[in-house]
Design a protein around this ligand. Structure first.
Ligand code: ADP
Ligand code: MG
Length: 353
């Protein structure tokens, strides 16, 4: 065939989960094709305000805290909103090119669905659309993140039944009750995995006068962090710089100490869910008490978080099968509805350049 397939002519459709910690891209017909940290490294050019990007994703994250003068690594999305517009646009352009192969001509540009936290303002929502168009999309749609996450884990959100989804990511924790395709109640916290990492940095600094970076703290949390006492507590050796003499030093830290340090962050998440259940209309709350709530986002992998929530809320908690991909999987399902998006999802913003 001379002109290739229709999708070949009109470009590819992709869904981008633009998380504070990770960017995950779903390519229609393929699945998840990209999953890297939302980090970018750039060199400040001599002309003021111009930035030359030198690395994205894992490569940029590895440079974190190790860059020479004039080079910076940033996470352009903070607390779920766009903190650096130009760098967010650059990041989106990079993932679009990497996942759709770039191409020439207006029709080779993909149509893109991107996620935004529920609490963003109209202005912030528009910034997501603009950054996506700026990054090379032909059309851009914004979807509320809990809707995508719930679809991704297979919750029956279109039914007249209450479904609850809790997404604990890097910068934000969001909880939502959905019914009949829309968000009934939702709450969010600007505190999640990153806050736990900061608490671990604080613990090690105060108790052992040892300085560690955020990547080390994250590794500690993921390796021995927990939300409930463990049957067999763990110990990890940690290396860093001694605060008093500046020399390298290593210590041993236990899972109990880490649990205690991150406990305030965990408790805030539990309390947010409790309040949300209190705000939920009784019929829907009953559905949740029966069916349970679904836990997703990277911190769903924190040992015992599901158990802690279940015990404190007295409701079943189901951990998503692949918590780091739920939102992208949901976007993948929405890509099939992109032609009728404006009609089916009231909460969708739309922009065409
Ligand atoms: N095994 C694990 N245990 C605890 N936390 C984890 C684990 N794996 C990843 N995380 C955390 O999950 C968070 C990233 O989750 P993600 O859903 O990708 O966030 P976002 O949507 O904000 O980009 C980070 O704080 C990361 O450290
Ligand atoms: Mg997320």
């Amino acid at each position: 065939m001379v002109f290739g397939s229709i999708s070949g002519i009109f470009g590819k459709d992709i869904g981008i989960d633009l998380g504070t910690a990770n960017i995950v891209v779903y390519l229609k017909g393929k699945g998840v094709v990209y999953n890297e940290p939302s980090v970018i490294a750039y060199r400040k050019a001599s002309r003021k305000s111009s930035k030359e990007v030198i690395a994205f994703g894992y490569e940029a994250k590895a440079m974190y805290g190790k860059t020479p003068k004039g080079v910076e690594t940033v996470r352009p999305l903070q607390n779920g909103v766009i903190a650096d517009f130009d760098m967010t646009g650059a990041l989106i352009r990079h993932v679009i090119e990497k996942t759709t192969g770039g191409g020439i001509g207006v029709f080779s540009h993909p149509r893109v669905i991107v996620c935004a936290p529920v609490y963003v303002t109209e202005v912030e929502r528009k910034a997501f659309i603009d950054a996506t168009l700026d990054g090379g999309a032909r059309e851009a749609y914004v979807v509320e993140e809990p809707v995508a996450a719930a679809l991704g884990v297979g919750l029956p959100i279109h039914e007249p039944r209450g479904s609850m989804i809790l997404d604990v990511g890097g910068g934000t924790s969001e909880v939502a009750v959905l019914s009949l395709g829309g968000v009934v109640v939702s709450n969010s916290l600007r505190g999640a995995g990153d806050e736990m990492d900061d608490a671990i940095i604080g613990l090690i600094r105060q108790k052992y006068t040892l300085v560690v970076g955020s990547s080390t703290a994250e590794e500690i949390k993921n390796a021995i962090g927990s939300a409930v006492p463990l049957e067999k507590e763990k110990i990890l050796e940690v290396r860093g710089r001694n605060l008093t003499d500046g020399l390298p030093k290593s210590i041993c830290i236990s899972s109990e100490e880490v649990r205690e340090a991150i406990n305030p962050a965990v408790t805030r998440i539990v309390e947010m869910v409790r309040e949300t259940l209190e705000q939920t209309p009784p019929e829907l709350a009953r559905d949740i008490a029966d069916q349970g709530l679904v836990l997703t986002g990277g911190v769903a992998l924190l040992e015992g978080l599901d158990r802690r929530l279940a015990e404190e809320l007295n409701a079943p908690v189901i951990k998503a099968e692949n918590p780091l991909h739920s939102v992208a999987e949901g976007l993948g399902k929405l890509l099939n509805e992109i032609d009728s998006m404006k009609k089916v999802l009231v909460s969708v913003g739309h922009g065409v350049r």
